[in-house]
Design a protein around this ligand. Sequence first.
Ligand SMILES: Nc1ncnc2c1ncn2[C@@H]1O[C@H](COP(=O)(O)OP(=O)(O)OP(=O)(O)O)[C@@H](O)[C@H]1O
Length: 251
Amino acid sequence: MLEIRNLAKSFGGVKATNDVTLDFPDGSLTAVIGPNGAGKSTFFNLITGALKPDTGQVLLDGVDLAGRSPPEIVRHGIGRAFQVASIFKSLTVQETMLAAVSADQHSSSVLHKRFPLPEARDRAEHVMELLGLASKRQRTAATLSHGDQKLLDIALALVLEPKVLLLDEPTAGMGPEERWRMIDKVRELWETQRITVVFIEHDMDIVFKIAPKIVVLCYGRILATGTPDEIRNNSAVIDAYLGTEHAGAAA
Ligand SMILES: Nc1ncnc2c1ncn2[C@@H]1O[C@H](COP(=O)(O)OP(=O)(O)OP(=O)(O)O)[C@@H](O)[C@H]1O
C-alpha cells in the first residue's frame, strides 16, 4: 500500500503541496484531478523523487521513500511513465525495451547489456504484447504515432515491474479516438496486472467513466476524495473546478 503522510512542498511563498495525507490501497485505480496549478504534477514529482518534499512521508509497504533518488524509488516499486521513448527516437521499440530492462539489472555487467538475459527478453516481450506494441517492435520510436509513443512510455515503466504506476496525463495531446484507446488500455492493465494505478487527467468524461476513486486537489490541498458520484455532487468541487457541466445536479 502507498501511504502519503502530511506531504508538503513550497516554492517561495507558493504551497504547491500542502499537508497532503492519502492512502492508495494495493490494486486501486485513482484519478487525481484539479484546476491548473493545483499541485498535481508536484504531488507526482514528490512521490517519484523528482522533487524532495519539505516535510512528510511517502510510505510504500511501510518503507519511507520521501526524498530518496528517483532510481531508488523505482527500485522500490514506484514506476512513472515519462516521455522517455521520445528521447530515444532512433532506437526501435524492442531496443528501447531491452535497454530499459538491461539498465534495471543493476548487477548486470556490460556483457548483459550487450546480450540481454533471456529473462529480460521475456519480460520485454510480455510487456510489448500487453501494450499492443509487439507488431511494431522493429519500428523506431520516432515513426510511431503519438498514441503508440505514449504506450511505449508506459511500457518502459511497466517492464520494471512496479507495484505502483503513476501516469501524468496519459491522454494529453490525443484526439478523441486515440484517447479512448489509451484509457481502455490503462484500465485493462490495471485489471489484468493488479497493480496500483494513479493517474492525472483533465478529461472529466474519462475520469468519471474509469476511476473508481477520485482525488481533487486545489491550491496544493485535498479538496475532496470520493467515488465519481460523490465528486460530481460535491458542491466545493463544483465551485472550484467542475462548474455545472459535469455536476451531478446538471446530469
Ligand atoms: N519548479 C517550480 N518552481 C516554482 N513554482 C513551481 C514549480 N513547480 C510548480 N510550481 C508552482 O506550484 C504550483 C503547482 O504547480 P503544479 O505544476 O504542480 O500544478 P498542476 O496541478 O500540475 O498544474 P497543471 O494542471 O497546469 O499541470 C503552481 O502555482 C506552480 O506555479
